[in-house]
Design a binder for this molecule. Structure first.
Ligand SMILES: *[C@@H]1O[C@H](CO)[C@@H](O)[C@H](O)[C@H]1NC(C)=O
Ligand SMILES: *[C@@H]1O[C@H](CO)[C@@H](O)[C@H](O)[C@H]1NC(C)=O
Length: 250
């Protein structure tokens, strides 16, 4: 019996040859295969995970569902009505998957919160940002400006709380003695973001101004010391949107 079982397994093994085909959004080529990006599975399903698992069964039980860095085949119903690959994309199927089970389908990167451009010269590699970085007070404000698509920050206008918990207790915004903390870590909840998104698009380079837009990062002073403000690798608009105050850009 066990022998028969292993023969069956051996026969099945070639079928378990995973590869993502048909719908390649939210994947990246790693040199040998297309694999899911972290942003492919960074969101939550709109309906329960268990319902999504039933609606969108994994084509290969061993490989399982899409996960960052793997090449498990995408559940077919996520993008097609066909029952075998190669299969053409059926837009209605894809739209339904995106709306209900974006995570199970490995399509998070195409949802509203994740589908927007990153800056041209990000300070970190937007493709490899992990979920831990998306939650990290050290990284969130930088990611919100440079790589909003990596963490689902597309609808935040570059303004996020560095500390995720801020939103749980708004009273902190008015607390005397907490203002330094709040200005640095609770920008969104306490309305402390510079209006950098509107100001940055106004286009004027220098000129006279009485006040500057607040720096988007506490690291601006050290970047300025390292030549960030005069580095033409970044556009004036980029320098202004990160570090208007430290760079003295109106
Ligand atoms: C990604 O999705 C878009 C629809 O939003 C589709 O037109 C495009 O062909 C897809 N790209 C790939 C590489 O699958
Ligand atoms: C690319 O991804 C595949 C599937 O996960 C893996 O087997 C392979 O080792 C990866 N290649 C590189 C160069 O990382």
């Amino acid at each position: 019996m066990i022998a028969l079982f292993s023969v069956l397994l051996a026969l099945l093994a070639p079928l378990a040859n995973a590869a993502i085909s048909g719908e390649l959004n939210c994947t990246t080529y790693n040199g040998t295969s297309f694999v899911y990006t972290p942003a492919a599975v960074a969101c939550s399903n709109a309906i329960s995970d268990s319902s999504c698992a039933v609606l969108y069964p994994a084509p290969d039980a061993t490989a399982g569902w899409p996960a960052a860095g793997t090449d498990a085949e995408r559940p077919l119903a996520c993008y097609t009505t066909a029952t075998a690959t190669p299969a053409a994309v059926v837009p209605d199927m894809r739209a339904a998957a995106l709306k209900n089970c974006a995570k199970t389908c490995g399509l998070c990167c195409k949802t509203d919160a994740y589908d927007c451009p990153n800056v041209q010269f990000p300070r970190l590699n937007c493709q490899t940002i992990t979920n831990a970085q998306c939650m990290s007070s050290q990284w969130r404000t930088i990611i919100a400006v440079d790589c909003p698509s990596a963490c689902g920050f597309c609808n935040q206008g570059g303004c996020v709380d560095a500390v995720v918990d801020c939103a749980n207790d708004r009273s902190v915004c008015g607390a005397v003695g907490m203002q330094d903390f709040v200005n640095t870590y609770c920008q969104r909840t306490c309305n402390r973001c510079a209006s950098s998104t509107t100001a940055a698009s106004s286009g004027t380079a220098t000129g006279t101004c009485t006040s500057y837009i607040a720096d988007s990062s506490t690291s601006c002073r050290s970047w300025a010391a390292n030549g960030f403000c005069t580095n033409t690798f970044y556009t004036v608009a980029q320098r202004r949107s990160y570090c208007a105050t430290s760079c003295r850009l109106c």
